[in-house]
Design a protein around this ligand. Sequence first.
Ligand code: FAD
Length: 410
Amino acid sequence: SNLIEVDVLIIGAGPSGCVAAAYLNKKGIQVKVVEKSKFPRFVIGESLLPKCMEHFEEAGLLHVLENHGFEIKRGARFLRDDIVCNFDFSKKHTPGWDWTWQVPRADFDNLLATEIQKQGVDLSFEHEVIDTDINDEGVSITRIKDENGEEYTVKAQYIIDSSGYGRVLPRLLGLDKPSAIPEHSSMFTHVKDIKRPEGEEGTLITFDVLDRDTWFWVIPFSNGDTSIGFVGKTELIESYEGNMKDMLKLSKYYHKRFEGVDFKFEPISIKNYAKSVTQLFGKGYILTGNSAEFLDPVFSSGVTFATESALKAAKLIDKALNNQEVNWQVEYSDYIMKGVEVFATYVKEWYTGNLQTLFFHRPENPDIKKQICAVLAGYVWDESNPFVKKHDRLVKNLAHLIHMNAEENN
Ligand code: FAD
């Protein structure tokens, strides 16, 4: 018949779905992954954080990524006018990975998906989740449409929703909630980077801060292409729609490098991208990655959050299926929200300007810098870091001190 039974159904084969699937599969748990599109497929989210290397390693996926030759990312550079703020991940408060990659996601995600198939995971491309029905025990029957338009159903003990921008369960179960992050939008493309300078300058990830609300990203890939994109208030992005070439003039630093170069595809806009949900789990289901929460691209936290939440969800499902007690509220939701809240503070304080005050204040304080660097490397669960533990006050208070001193000196 057209009913398949598994322990865990995973929706989406992005980094979140692949990490969850690989981990559960290693534990001998029967998973099925359904992915709506055909890979390789484009998705935005190209600058990774060192913390996510731990997740790929633990899921048994790191070796395939290592062999590919992605551009290595050892830090991040922020520019504002003539001031440069360079973060070096080898100088950070929290021990752990001090590098990662900057990746074209079509290639990156395809490597992950191909590898989980090799490891024995049942993954179907061009299979789209249409609807689901979850009973009081948490057992779900999910309707899926395959590549020929035929429908079948999957019965599962757990659903992991890793559908990213698809937001499958938030939509089907009515879990969407407005985000507390101010409304920003983005426009981006890839270019053939024919004027890329030699050496480090050519390969550095850079955030060029144009004004408090507006910034420009430059993410060079090892294949010679570079991702470029603007983030700003929705009205500003809309005013340049269809005209990204003109918008490039806003970046004094990069204008010449990207003037006249070919776009690899029509610029894409994503508007009011911040997303949130009323709950991260329910009986029989868990939301991971972008399907759960998306804040802002300014600190490149998206993929790392996607893999952190996926690994956590997979571990807890493994526990539960082995008849151990799981407190989903404490072990999943509260844990994940702790990290989300740290990043949320940094995003908010970026757009109030307070964090920018700290980044571009001179002289720099090396201790503070190391602590902020650990946050920017994704180590947002390390409470020995004052910039994690007191995130809600420290950035604001320090920026306030800097402003007071500046006034006194005037
Ligand atoms: P995805 O990678 O989106 O994967 C979800 C998969 O689910 C997709 O392949 C999709 O086809 C599939 N799917 C959807 N609906 C269905 C369905 N009904 N049935 C079956 N399958 C389905 N993050 C970073 O880490 N670094 C960055 O530099 C960065 N920059 C960003 C810039 C912008 C402008 C924006 C908006 C986001 C950025 N992000 C960045 C965030 C990043 O895009 C996401 O956080 C990341 O892709 C999340 O991964 P995921 O696995 O949760 O979802």
